[in-house]
Structures are given as structure tokens and as C-alpha cells.
Design a protein around this ligand. Structure first.
Ligand SMILES: Cc1cc2nc3c(=O)[nH]c(=O)nc-3n(C[C@H](O)[C@H](O)[C@H](O)COP(=O)(O)O)c2cc1C
Length: 169
């Protein structure tokens, strides 16, 4: 599959089959994450792979948006490791977001589905995972095989035309 087709195929999956994701596929997802570019190559990401029932219960306490997925990635960054510009900007959120995007696209390539969940309570994750202050959760990524009834929401196809989002100079 060429990249343009892959990027078009990806959509936010909000209904999952119970089928577990193999360790082999989890490793591929993590290797795709490892390949992500990060500022100064500092690689500040910390990825929690939530797959035990206890871990999934923690996810459920922090968000209503697991959508029945048997596996969840919580993508964080370490703000001690993340690169800071001289004017004080921290690249951590950008780095973690690129890492998460690699995971989403690799998932599509592997025949899996995922969705970026921003609506979660970081304080609950912080408390239950005993995250130190320097570990910042950025997104929750439910992961698994899309259920047979899963379809993209209408929003998926609503793409602003390039004429609105691109400026050729
Ligand atoms: C930063 C960010 C936060 C998001 N938060 C949520 C969320 O909390 N819940 C959810 O169901 N989808 C969430 N989404 C998914 C978007 O709604 C979705 O990507 C968008 O509507 C386009 O649809 P598509 O992913 O199917 O192409 C989020 C996406 C991004 C990039």
C-alpha cells in the first residue's frame, strides 16, 4: 500500500472486536513509534502498553473513550528529557504527538484500528499509574481490530480543500 492510500485508509475506530492483539504486532507498533523524529532526537516519549484487566480498568477510570478495545497505548513524554528552545518552548507535546501518529499509521498498515483520544483525565492516570511529575500524558490510543460494525464517522470525510489550508508563495 502506498503511503497516500494508507493515510486515506486510516480512520478513527470507535468500536472494537474482542480479538487480542498479538505480541508480534504490539512490537511492530512500538518499533514504528521508535522510528518517529523528535526534537534533537531526544526521544522523550514514554509509552504505557495497557493490556492487563487492571491496566484497562485504569484507562476506563480516566476516559469513557476506550470503545471496548482490548489494548490501549498511553503516550506520554518526559519533560526532563524533552528538548527546550532558548525562548522556553518545550517540544515534548510535539514529539509525543509524532510518536502517536506513527503508531496510528502503523496500526492501519497492520490491519488494526485506533483512535486518538484527547478527552481523558490526566490526573487519574497520574494517580493510578503513580506517574512522577515529569511524565506528561498526551494521548490515549485504544488499539485493536475494528468490529464488524465499525465505520468512519461523517467527520472523517470532511476534509477542507487544499485551497483553504495551503498557501503557495
Ligand atoms: C488532538 C486530538 C484529540 C482527539 N480527541 C478525541 C477524543 O477525545 N475522542 C474521540 O472519539 N476522538 C478524538 N479525536 C479523533 C478526531 O475526532 C478525528 O481524528 C477526526 O474527527 C477526524 O476523523 P478520522 O480520524 O476518522 O479521520 C481526536 C483527534 C485528535 C487529533
Amino acid at each position: 500500500m502506498d503511503f497516500l492510500t494508507l493515510s486515506k485508509k486510516r480512520y478513527s475506530v470507535r468500536s472494537y472486536a474482542e480479538t487480542p492483539v498479538s505480541d508480534e504486532l504490539i512490537e511492530k507498533l512500538l518499533l514504528a513509534a521508535q522510528n518517529a523524529p523528535t526534537a534533537h532526537n531526544n526521544q522523550p516519549q514514554i509509552i504505557y502498553v495497557m493490556r492487563s484487566q487492571e491496566a484497562l480498568d485504569i484507562v476506563d477510570a480516566s476516559t469513557r473513550a476506550r470503545f471496548g478495545a482490548p489494548l490501549v497505548f498511553v503516550v506520554c513524554y518526559d519533560n526532563v528529557l524533552s528538548w527546550k528552545s532558548k525562548d522556553g518552548r518545550d517540544s515534548g507535546i510535539v514529539d509525543a504527538s509524532i510518536v502517536a501518529t506513527h503508531i496510528l499509521l502503523e496500526a492501519t498498515d497492520l490491519g488494526l484500528g485506533s483512535v486518538w483520544v484527547g478527552l481523558f483525565k490526566p490526573d487519574i492516570l497520574r494517580e493510578k499509574l503513580e506517574l512522577p511529575e515529569n511524565i506528561i500524558p498526551v494521548c490515549v490510543l485504544p488499539m485493536g481490530y475494528a468490529s464488524e460494525t465499525s465505520v468512519p464517522l461523517n467527520l472523517h470525510d470532511q476534509r477542507r480543500p487544499l485551497s483553504e489550508t495551503v498557501r503557495f508563495l
